[in-house]
Design a binder for this molecule. Structure first.
Ligand code: PLP
Length: 414
């Protein structure tokens, strides 16, 4: 009935001392640092102290071993298998840059999954575009290609999937749709990925970041890897686009012919990024081990639908996303999240309900668009705390708490 944890064992596990590591549903620090990152910070500051050598935050600077920013960009591009990487100060600005590169005209539409984080739709609006929501697949939470195709109009400029909660979007299907429905003036639709939650993930033999016109990554402290709290990158194989993005990032400095501002990552962040990138697969493997162990511990709990990993994907498990049954949508799901936090000290987040419901501004600007499947999923999903440093014992506690909570709700004793 309740996976590998029977009632007796559950009692033993729940009697254990609680840990703070599972107290947050989406931990504020999603990666972790080692002495290597600390050394990288100190070394980079030292290297920048000689005014003839360079200074923090610069694209210039005659660093002995090369500019840390350019070094990190090379490494990240190689990691993703792309020609270019443009390191920036965050994914939010990166998504804005992506929309700037589209040169949207009034009335132009961009298709965005409703189950999403607010950043991508806000970026569309920020550049004067119209957000057209699409449904997601119920098992993967990724943009549903068939639904995307139905929503294309002559005004559609781009498909803007998010690699939701650490898993890849179905890029090949989306790229195929983009080819088959060219915009009358701009040609094939652009496919732009928001990979803020999915750095390091794999899809059909490639890393996330390889497919599509460009992909935007976040190195905010909550993500799979981090560059001292903030940071991001954009990958692309398109030379012209890379030049445009570099112009935007640094006051039009590459060509001198276009608008730009300052969205650069600092060299200290980049030096840390090089170390984190080297350690990224190990941190993801830890997440994966916990997720797979958890799948076994929770197997057989009839009310829970556990995360699905398609055979052609390597899930990073940025979040461990579950569903409650349809009959538990809304109120009972909320109760589950509340009990987990209050009675067991286990954080759960609802990541994320349809963005037109979660963000009033987005609701206002997309009035009349209401997606039944996304509405339902938004009332059924919850994400159970996960972190690369969780031990098997932490994981057992989290699972025992969830099994007991489900039982209490099932029996109406909660
Ligand atoms: C965190 C996040 C962002 C924003 O990233 P920042 O680097 O904090 O700007 C964008 N999209 C998604 C899906 C995210 O989870």
């Amino acid at each position: 009935m309740s996976g590998m944890i029977d009632a007796k064992r559950r009692k033993q596990i729940l009697a254990r001392q609680r840990s703070t590591i599972y107290s947050q549903g989406e931990p504020y620090l999603g990666a972790y640092y080692t002495d290597e990152e600390i050394k990288a910070v100190v070394d980079t500051i030292r290297a920048s102290m000689d005014p003839s050598i360079g200074f923090i935050g610069s694209l210039r600077g005659k660093y002995v071993e090369g500019n840390p920013l350019e070094k990190f960009e090379r490494e990240f591009a190689d990691f993703c298998g792309t020609k270019h990487c443009i390191a920036i100060n965050g994914a939010g600005t990166g998504l804005d840059m992506a929309m700037m590169a589209l040169d949207l005209e009034p009335g132009d539409e961009v298709i965005v999954p409703a189950i999403n984080f607010r950043a991508a739709p806000l970026a569309v609006i920020g550049q004067g575009g119209k957000v057209v929501w699409c449904e997601v697949d119920e098992r993967t939470f990724q943009a549903d290609p068939a639904d995307v195709e139905r929503r294309i109009t002559p005004r559609t400029r781009a498909i803007f999937p998010v690699h939701m909660n650490g898993l890849s979007a179905p890029m090949d299907e989306l790229l195929d749709i983009a080819e088959r429905h060219p915009h009358p003036k701009h040609g094939p639709l652009k496919v732009i990925g928001d990979a803020a939650r999915a750095c390091g993930g794999k899809y059909r033999g490639t890393r996330i970041g390889k497919k599509g016109w460009m992909t935007v990554f976040s190195f905010h402290s909550m993500k799979n890897m981090t560059t001292l709290g903030e940071g991001g990158a954009i990958t692309t194989d398109d030379d012209e686009l890379a030049e445009r993005l570099k112009d935007i990032r640094q006051f039009g400095a590459t060509t001198g012919r276009r608008w730009g501002t300052n969205y650069k990552m600092t060299t200290v962040q980049a030096a840390v990024g090089s170390v984190q990138l080297r350690r990224l697969d190990e941190m993801i493997e830890r997440r994966r081990r916990i997720a797979h162990e958890r799948n076994k511990l929770l197997e057989g709990v009839p009310e829970l639908t556990l995360p699905y990993e398609p055979p052609d994907c390597w899930h990073t498990f940025y979040l461990y996303t579950c569903l409650v049954p349809e009959g538990w949508a809304g109120e009972k799901r909320d109760k589950l999240v509340k009990i987990m936090g209050e009675d067991y000290g286990v954080g759960c987040v609802v990541a994320n309900p349809p963005q037109y419901r979660e963000v009033p501004l987005l609701g206002q600007l997309t009035v009349g668009q209401d997606l039944p499947r996304s509405n339902k999923l938004g009332e059924r999903l919850f994400c159970l705390s996960i972190h690369p440093l969780m031990t098997t014992e932490d994981n057992e506690y989290v699972c025992a708490a969830l099994i007991e909570t489900v039982e209490r709700i099932r029996e109406g004793s909660a």
